[in-house]
Design a protein around this ligand. Structure first.
Ligand SMILES: Cc1cc2nc3c(=O)[nH]c(=O)nc-3n(C[C@H](O)[C@H](O)[C@H](O)COP(=O)(O)OP(=O)(O)OC[C@H]3O[C@@H](n4cnc5c(N)ncnc54)[C@H](O)[C@@H]3O)c2cc1C
Length: 574
């Protein structure tokens, strides 16, 4: 059995930042199913928020208010306050680690506008911010190689909870297929989001809900799963992201008739309204037949027009976006608009934690000893019902650091408890063996495509009771069909087919959790919009949902109150 004081799953911003905290005193393992710098954090484009006030005066109070209004008042305000206050320090720390930020003419860190932020607050490295931050953190990790051991291309399969306490994880080495138990005094999950359950998504292939489902299977709840963010500017039909920075720099959204339609939906903020509002506006235009291209179901796009920004600004501030357009569809945004549509982008929900990254199991805030989570897989909840752009990289760094500190504190006082290694290992081996031996009539690829299709059509930007019921029903049937799948590659070495099937199993469960939560939230708030309940209902639904596995393997729903400190819920207009 492998042992480390603290075990971290995930090497995106949250996992790496946590490791840098723990390694100050203890020995730490960082496990990632992809090479560490291929984590999805590296794909982040537009920026990381902090009220530095380098372009216009700003304050943490304004950042806090914007975040809460943007989240449609579902955010836990005590956590938001801590997080926005930490932001400026975090940016300067990243800078000192070597993160190269773009600059103003007088040499300060430049800041651009982003949706829902009332001030230019996004610090950025052109449109490759995630790449810059991830590599700065990775360099620090490499410096600490004495106390940080990286398990690159290892997969976590399950979370070990025994005697009411978290004791480690069961993993396998993707190269050999060998299964091992890693014991830790504390475990931190930083496994990212789960956008891959949708057909159109900006997310990396690794964003498949493994962390959330390992926690769910271990009996822990998932908070606010119904809140999925659809980003307004995904490449038409493919979902690849064109950062909101394009609109932050002044880009327009234009429908098929050549109209800047945001005037009708958010007259004061226009293209820079929060993402939930812009995505709904786009989808409404498309659904009303005012998109570009075809008019049938799933057809139609919006144009992202950057031509008026001019070549010099595009090349300085948005070089990656331009290249993506050229590489994927042969459109150069200096000369032509880019066709876009809403794309599943970010998971507001996740494993419930307090503001120190400690995982909680119920509405009373009871801790699961030894288990921590941070970044997109966690729900603190600083984003409430809708995350503002650039607030997520910030969340990953701030709460990565906090979870690292809390895990260090916990592990310092804890010994390696007795763990039932063979039982934990056997459970995972059995699941893997079932997949290896699967010789049924169903195609896993068909099941995956049908899941993505129904999630996009029935649990997307617009939802209603009938469509959500059909969605849950379909997902349950797909899980039955999954048991009759057929594997073609039975080898042990680098068998990516097996891992994709295990990921599909996680995604099917996650999709059911998302759509069940959406079915039960009979109101519209943030990223969750019900055409049959199109108003926010604070009286009945100003609360977090907590979904967990019940005794009979169905899904049990409970709720948790929202923490409100400074800002009482108000109507949300832009
Ligand atoms: C295209 C794109 C652009 C974005 N742009 C911005 C932006 O400009 N600003 C902003 O604030 N936010 C942005 N976001 C959101 C932001 O990037 C993410 O929310 C954030 O980076 C998540 O970081 P993380 O550390 O939580 O997880 P990730 O970076 O997603 O890392 C997850 C890690 O978990 C590991 N992992 C997962 N499952 C397993 C398993 N079973 N076994 C082993 N390892 C596992 C993966 O290998 C990976 O290392 C963007 C997101 C996307 C998709």
């Amino acid at each position: 059995m492998i042992k480390h004081d603290v075990v971290i799953v995930g090497s995106g911003l949250a996992g790496m930042r946590a490791a840098l905290e723990v390694c100050k005193e203890l020995d730490v393992a960082v496990l990632s199913k992809v090479y560490p710098t291929r984590s999805h954090s590296g794909a982040a484009q537009g920026g990381i928020a902090a009220s530095l006030g380098n372009v216009e005066s700003d304050s943490w109070e304004e950042h806090m208010f914007d975040t809460i209004k943007g989240g449609d008042y579902l955010n836990d305000q005590d956590a938001v306050e801590e997080y926005v206050k930490a932001a400026p320090r975090v940016i300067y720390e990243l800078e000192r680690m070597g993160c190269v930020f773009s600059r103003t003419a007088d040499g300060k860190i430049a800041q651009r506008s982003f949706g829902g932020h009332s001030k230019p607050r996004a610090c950025f490295s052109a449109d490759r911010t995630g790449h810059a931050v991830l590599h700065a953190l990775h360099e620090q990790i490499l410096k600490e190689s004495k106390s940080i051991k990286i398990y690159s291309e290892w997969s976590m399969h399950s979370l070990t909870i025994e005697d009411g306490q978290c004791k480690g994880i069961v993993v396998s080495n993707i190269r050999t297929g060998e299964v091992e138990v890693i014991q830790g005094k504390a475990v931190i999950f930083a496994t990212g989001g789960y956008g891959r359950v949708f057909k159109i998504t900006s997310n990396a292939f690794a964003s498949t809900a493994d962390g959330a489902i390992a926690a769910f299977d271990a009996g822990l709840p998932i908070e606010d799963a119904e809140f999925v963010q659809f980003h307004p500017s995904g490449l038409y039909r493919q979902g690849i992201l064109f950062s909101e920075a394009a609109r932050g720099e002044g880009g327009y959204l234009v429908n098929g008739n050549g109209e800047r339609f945001m005037e009708k939906y958010a007259p004061s903020r226009m293209e820079l309204a929060p993402r939930d509002i812009v995505a709904r506006a786009e989808q409404s235009e498309i659904d009303a037949g005012r998109g570009g291209g075809g008019k049938g179901p799933g057809e139609g796009f919006i144009n992202l027009d950057l031509r008026h920004l001019g070549e010099a600004r595009i090349m300085e501030r948005l070089p990656q976006i331009r290249q993506l357009g050229i590489d994927f569809i042969g459109v150069d945004c200096i000369k032509d608009p880019l066709p876009i549509q809403p794309t599943a982008h970010y998971s507001m929900g996740g494993i419930p934690t307090d503001m120190f990254g400690q995982v909680i199991v119920d509405s009373e805030g009871t801790h699961m000893p030894g288990f921590f989570a941070a970044g997109e897989c966690a729900c603190v909840s600083v984003h409430g019902g809708n995350r503002l752009g650039t607030n997520s990289l910030l969340e990953a760094v701030v709460f990565g650091e906090r979870a690292g500190k809390a895990a260090l504190e916990y592990a310092r006082k804890t010994g390696f408890e007795k763990i039932n290694e063979s039982h934990q290992k056997t459970k995972v081996l059995k699941v893997m063996e079932e997949v290896y031996q699967s010789d049924g009539t169903e195609s896993y690829n068909d099941i995956r495509n049908e899941m993505k299709e129904i999630m996009m059509a029935n649990c997307g930007v617009f939802r209603d009771e009938d469509r959500l019921k059909e969605c849950v029903d379909t997902l349950q049937k797909l899980q039955v069909r999954f048991k009759k799948g057929k594997v073609t590659d039975k080898g042990k070495l680098f068998n990516t087919e097996i891992y994709e099937i295990l990921e599909l199993s996680n995604m099917l469960k996650m999709a059911e959790i998302i759509s069940t939560a959406a079915l039960n939230r009979k109101e519209s708030r943030g990223g969750h919009f019900r055409t049959d309940h199109d108003k926010r209902d604070d009286e009945n639904f100003l609360k977090h949902s907590m979904l967990s596995k019940s005794e009979d393997n169905s899904i049990d729903i409970k709720y948790k109150p929202v923490v409100i400190t400074k800002y009482q819920p108000k109507e949300r207009t832009y």
